[in-house]
Write a protein that binds this ligand. Structure first.
Ligand code: 2NE
Length: 270
């Protein structure tokens, strides 16, 4: 596919094609483990994709075919987090997880190879996951001295159920693509050479749909789990829709024209 680069980065690739933005971790020598810089770049790309009106769907993936992402780069894990060039320890992937959930466009994880540890959680928080037959899923936290008790625990449990989520975290086993499909952890499994084609076909199906309907659905699915923050997201979308109405514009116009608003002409729906 003729992906066009949107912006050059050091540790990710960020490209555009036909309504789709693709963010791809580009550290295949480390099974696409992330550093604070990888996450910073992904976060910036996610924001650019959010603002870009051409983009209706975002694909999150990893380069090389061996790994989607193997989590935090353990070789730079320091005292209190992952340490980048500024020597500051960070867990900024948690902000990226929030960003993926918040962005009002569907985010699709395109998983070839390993989705492990914090890399597994990244696919978990995506709206949809499409896996190649070589995909392998799992958490490693209790093995390597880490855990993700946020979406990595509670949202995973919403997806696969409490017993399975506890098994995944407590045993740190790996699961193949078929097992992931059977537990509802991924939406589809395809041969590796059909992964991008299938993912793009799914994206195109979504691109044909009403963007506001998709946006409202994403906020609605989040609201159920995200409590007050989820309601705030859904309510923000309700405000967006209200701002599109003549009724809301009458309030703003009246203020600017220094007159009393006349809402009498607007229907009082049953
Ligand atoms: C991913 C996995 C299972 C792949 O195994 P394999 O056998 O295919 O490859 P190998 O030889 O282990 O890895 C290839 C190279 O990539 C490096 C390896 O050290 C190796 O380097 P060299 O020996 O060739 O120099 N590599 C792979 N993953 C890495 C990582 N995460 N950090 C640094 N280097 C890595 C296997 O590699 C594996 O199990 N990887 C570790 C998975 C892991 O434990 N991730 C961290 C979980 S904690 C986390 O992500 C986290 C969190 O829990 C909470 C908040 C934020 C993050």
């Amino acid at each position: 596919y003729p992906w066009e680069p949107i912006k050059e980065y050091q540790e990710i690739l960020f490209s555009y094609y036909d309504g789709i933005a693709k963010i791809s971790i580009n550290r295949p020598h480390k099974r696409n483990a992330f550093t604070p810089l990888t996450v910073k770049e992904m976060s910036e790309a996610m924001e650019i994709a959010r603002q870009d009106e051409r983009v209706g769907v975002i694909i999150l993936t990893g380069e090389g075919g061996d790994a989607f992402c193997s989590g935090g780069d353990q070789s730079i894990r320091g005292h209190g987090g992952y340490v980048g060039e500024d020597k500051v320890p960070r867990l900024n992937v948690l902000d990226l997880q929030m960003q993926i959930r918040r962005i009002p466009k569907p985010v699709v994880a395109m998983v070839a190879g390993y989705a492990i540890g914090g890399g597994h959680v990244l696919h978990v928080v995506c709206d949809l996951s499409i896996a190649a037959e070589n995909a392998r899923f799992g958490q490693t936290g209790p093995k390597v001295g880490s855990f993700d008790g946020g979406f990595g625990a509670s949202y995973l449990a919403r997806i696969v159920g409490q017993k399975k989520a506890r098994e995944i975290w407590y045993l740190c086993d790996q699961y193949d693509a078929q097992e992931a499909l059977d537990m509802g952890l991924v939406n589809k499994v395809v041969p590796l050479d059909q992964l991008e084609e299938t993912t793009i076909a799914w994206c195109r199906k979504m691109l044909e749909k009403s963007p506001i309907a998709l946006r409202m659905l994403k906020a609605s699915f989040n609201a159920e789990l995200d409590g007050q923050a989820g309601i705030q997201q859904l309510a923000g979308d309700a405000t967006l829709l209200y701002y599109l109405s003549e009724e809301a514009k009458e309030g703003k116009d009246a203020f600017l024209e220094k007159r009393k608003p006349d809402f009498s002409k607007f229907p009082k729906f049953p």
